[in-house]
Structure formats: structure tokens, C-alpha cells
Design a protein around this ligand. Structure first.
Ligand code: C2O
Ligand code: CU
Ligand code: CU
Length: 507
């Protein structure tokens, strides 16, 4: 009896188990495919451009008797109606969301009174600015709740579209996503003499692009499943305006694009595939305008483009799918399959004539690598740079003031990253062993790296020396930065060695 019933009993058990496992696998498979299918978003073609694009005001400043131009920035909580009838809690500088555009000239001494009226500490970093490390606003220059911090420096770099944002270690994504960001424009003799569109808010428009997500009236900050890149929104806005349009009255319009999103990479182009001219990258003007129909910008990067419009027409700035050779899974969950209608330009029925774009713009200001005294290698991985996560009390590199170096940066991870260096602008010498594409030939401070890509960068460290105050280099996907994809370097006098960064309680 037992010789018959046991196998029978066993078979039924096994069959039952097999059925259970099959059901489980199918439902996991079903969930995964649902998650996969639901992970992509597109606002292309379905966007009604209802809201006039807001232009951040130019920040007021006073010039002190000693010639210092002084700005005031207050970080504060706010409430903003992004969508009719729904008020969202936000943070902003001097206002509810984002901040005013600061503007200064090369050679000027500037000071910014940064007041933190939030209920937690933060910092303000001047992204792209060449300045003393103690004024940089990185994680060592925390501004306590209720405190004021007044960095000062002399602007000594070419005209450029820079920006400012908080940099508290471990909370940068959160502080930027809530709305703390603004532009910092620099002018110089070269930019002022060139016949480029330069009437701020008229034919020269700041275009701060962010992705956003709402849950009810409030921002939804959650990282959805498999989003190893951090927060990704399902809609975009420009200068804090949802579904924005802008009426333009000039034949040529200059757009100062800033990717102020925390993790999203955009591939900008126009819906009608019209060509446009790239005139400046992160750190300022290129040598010549470059004609393009598509331009990729990863978080933190800027580009100035000039686009021609005809009387009465409309054209849409769009972000298309990412074409960076990402694996099928990463492509989807890093937002690479997403597409957005970003901003509609509406040309007036008669347009003011604009001068032709000049054939030559500016002389290169970054080193070409020939006088580099050192080549360093950086391995990027979510677990850290060169195998180590960021430590506030560890100086990773010491650089000699006045020297140029070549930094070879390799993404050894399966996901996209980028690489940003404080204080300097660099020249991209090579990408994957080949000369960089035209789009990366201007001065840069942030560069996108697809999985396994290698970039060779040349930069000069002009100081001043300060062995105790580090500058940062990091991935500008802000959640990655928060996770520790960051390192610190100091600039020292020849022969001097690195000191100790100031200690911080609570870190
Ligand atoms: Cu825009 Cu270290 O950052
Ligand atoms: Cu920076
Ligand atoms: Cu990263």
C-alpha cells in the first residue's frame, strides 16, 4: 500500500508546488512587465501650452564704495500654484520657487549675502565659478538655519551661463528638487561686443529645465522602483512654469539652457527638426557656432543655443529619447525612453531683424593638455569614485596651484553618470579615444558619461591656494552625489601639502 500511495502523494505535492511556482513566476513576470511598460512617459504631442513662460527677474544689487557688487539671496519656504487651483509647498530664493538671475561682469568684485530662513541647514554653491574654495558653497560651507553667509570673490573668467544651488552633503537632491536653483550670468568684453541676441527676457531667454511629479497638490519626491538614477519626474517645466509658451519678437532667439533636473538627461531638439546654433557650453562661448539639430544635456550642464524663427510661426523645443547606447533595461529605468514637449516659441507676426551670427566667437580659454604635469584616473561607480565613497574629512587629491592636469574619467558602472569639477572649466580632449563631438568643444565643467565611456579632460588650477578648504568633484546626478559619488581636492602652493578640512559637528 505504501509503495503505491507515497509516490502518488509525493507527485501531487510536487505538482502542487510546480503550479505554485509557475503562478508566482507568472505574476512576478506580469508585475515586472507592467512596471517596465509603465516606466516610460511622454508628453510629446499631447501638451497644450497654456502658461506664459516666467522669466526669473534679474537680481538687484548695490555697489559699495569699494566697488563690490552686493547681492542678497534668502532661502525660504514658499507656496506656488503650478497648476490651477493646486498650491504646492516649495522652496525658493527670494521668492516661492527658483531664484533671481544674478549677473556680473568679468573683473568685478562680488559679494552675496546668503540668508538661510529655512528650518534646516543648507549651502549655496556657485556652479561653474572660479573662486576661492572657502567661497565655493560646497558641503563645508554650511549655512545654519537662521544664519547668513557672505562669500566674496572677484569674477575672473570668460562670459558664461553659470548657476547656483545648494550642496549639503547627503541632501542636495532634495534641496534642489524643492526649488533652490538660479542662474548666474557673467559678461565680458568679448560677449558684449559680439552681435548675439542679448536682451534678457526678450531675445535672450533663461531656460531652466526641470522634471517634476505631483501627488495631489504636493511634489512627489519618491524614487520609483528600479530608478537607480534617483528621482525622475513625469512632466517637465521651464523656469517653474508648466506647459510654457513664450512669444518672441526677434528673428534670432538665444536660449540659455540649464538642465537643473536632479537626474534626468535631456536630448533637446525642435519638433520640426529645425537646426539651431550652439554658441556656448558650460563655461562660455565656443570658438565658432556649431549647427545642430540635437543636443544632449545631463544634469548641471548648460548650453546657449540660437534659433531662427519666421514671422507668425510656432515651434516646440522638445526632448527626445536618449541615444547613448544604454542597455535595454537601464535605458527604460533611467528615463531614456521618455520624451517631453518642453517649451513652445510663438513668433510675433512681424519680427525685428537680427544681425547674422558671427562666424568666430571667442578664443579658447581652457588648456589643450600639452602642459599637463599629471594624469589622474577616476573610476566612477555608484559605490564611490575610485572605490571610495565621499568622506568629509578625507582630502582625496592635492593639486599644485598654477599647473594643468589631465583627468581621465571612466564610467565603470552599468548606469549613466556624469562628472563635474568645481572651480575650473576643462577642455574635453577625447571621448573613448576619439576627438570629442563638436558639442563638447567649448569650455565645460560637467560631462556626461554613458556606461563604460571614458573622457579625457584638461584643466588648469589657478588658485588661490588653500590647503584646508577642499573643492568637490562628483557625479551631478544629485542622488548619486548624495550617496557618496564625490571626492575632494585642495589647491596648494608648490611643495605645500594638504591640510585638514574643517570638522563639522553632525557629520
Ligand atoms: Cu552643481 Cu558640486 O555642483
Ligand atoms: Cu559645481
Ligand atoms: Cu552618477
Amino acid at each position: 500500500m505504501s509503495s503505491v500511495s507515497r509516490p502518488h502523494w509525493l507527485r501531487r505535492l510536487l505538482l502542487g508546488l510546480a503550479a505554485l511556482v509557475t503562478v508566482l513566476l507568472l505574476s512576478i513576470g506580469g508585475c515586472v512587465s507592467r512596471v517596465y511598460v509603465g516606466a516610460t512617459v511622454s508628453t510629446v504631442g499631447s501638451t497644450e501650452f497654456r502658461n506664459e513662460l516666467a522669466i526669473p527677474p534679474l537680481a538687484e544689487s548695490v555697489v559699495r564704495p569699494d566697488g563690490t557688487r552686493v547681492f542678497q539671496l534668502a532661502m525660504r519656504p514658499g507656496r506656488k500654484e503650478f497648476r490651477p487651483g493646486q498650491t504646492t509647498e516649495t522652496w525658493g530664493f527670494n521668492g516661492d520657487y527658483l531664484g533671481p538671475t544674478l549677473r556680473a561682469r568679468r573683473g568685478e568684485q562680488v559679494a552675496v549675502e546668503v540668508r538661510n530662513t529655512l528650518s534646516e541647514p543648507s549651502t549655496v554653491h556657485w556652479h561653474g565659478m572660479h573662486l576661492p574654495a572657502a567661497m565655493d558653497g560646497g558641503p563645508h560651507q554650511m549655512v545654519a538655519a537662521g544664519a547668513t553667509w557672505t562669500p566674496r570673490w572677484t569674477v575672473d573668467q570668460p562670459a558664461a551661463t553659470l548657476w547656483y544651488h545648494p550642496h549639503p552633503h547627503g541632501a542636495t537632491e532634495e534641496h534642489v528638487r524643492r526649488g533652490l536653483a538660479g542662474m548666474f550670468l557673467l559678461d565680458d568684453d568679448v560677449s558684449e561686443a559680439l552681435p548675439l541676441p542679448k536682451n534678457y527676457g526678450v531675445d535672450d531667454l533663461p531656460v531652466i529645465v526641470q522634471d517634476v511629479k505631483f501627488r495631489g497638490a504636493e511634489f512627489d519626491s519618491s524614487h520609483r522602483i528600479f530608478r537607480d538614477v534617483g528621482f525622475l519626474g513625469d512632466q517637465t517645466m521651464v523656469n517653474g512654469t508648466m506647459t510654457p509658451y513664450r512669444t518672441v519678437g526677434d528673428e534670432l532667439v538665444r536660449l540659455r539652457l540649464l538642465n537643473a533636473s536632479t537626474a534626468r538627461v535631456y536630448t533637446f531638439g525642435f519638433a520640426d527638426n529645425r537646426r539651431f546654433s550652439l554658441v556656448a557650453t558650460d563655461g562660455g562661448l565656443m570658438e565658432h557656432p556649431v549647427a545642430l539639430d540635437s543636443l544632449r544635456l545631463s544634469p548641471g550642464e548648460r548650453a546657449e543655443i540660437v534659433v531662427r524663427v519666421r514671422p507668425g510661426e510656432r515651434t516646440v523645443l522638445r526632448s527626445n529619447k536618449l541615444d547613448a547606447g544604454l542597455g535595454f533595461w537601464t535605458q527604460r529605468f533611467a528615463g531614456g525612453d521618455d520624451a517631453f514637449d518642453i517649451l513652445e516659441l510663438r513668433a510675433a507676426s512681424t519680427l525685428r531683424p537680427s544681425p547674422e551670427l558671427p562666424a568666430a566667437l571667442a578664443h579658447p580659454s581652457t588648456p589643450d593638455g600639452s602642459d599637463s604635469v599629471l594624469e589622474r584616473r577616476f573610476e566612477l561607480n555608484l559605490s564611490g569614485i575610485n572605490g571610495q565613497p565621499m568622506a568629509m574629512d578625507r582630502i582625496d587629491l592635492t593639486v599644485t596651484k598654477g599647473t594643468a592636469e589631465t583627468w581621465v574619467v571612466h564610467n565603470n558602472d552599468g548606469m549613466p553618470h556624469n562628472f563635474h569639477v568645481h572651480d575650473v572649466q576643462f577642455r574635453v580632449l577625447e571621448i573613448n579615444g576619439a576627438p570629442p563631438p563638436d558639442t563638447s568643444t567649448g569650455p565645460k565643467d560637467t560631462i556626461f558619461l554613458a556606461p563604460d565611456a571614458t573622457a579625457k579632460l584638461a584643466m588648469r588650477f589657478d588658485g588661490p591656494a588653500d590647503p584646508n578648504s577642499p573643492y568637490m568633484y562628483h557625479c551631478h546626478l544629485l542622488w548619486h552625489e548624495d550617496q557618496g559619488m564625490m571626492g575632494q581636492f585642495v589647491v596648494v602652493e608648490p611643495g605645500q601639502s594638504a591640510g585638514k578640512p574643517p570638522s563639522h559637528h553632525g557629520h
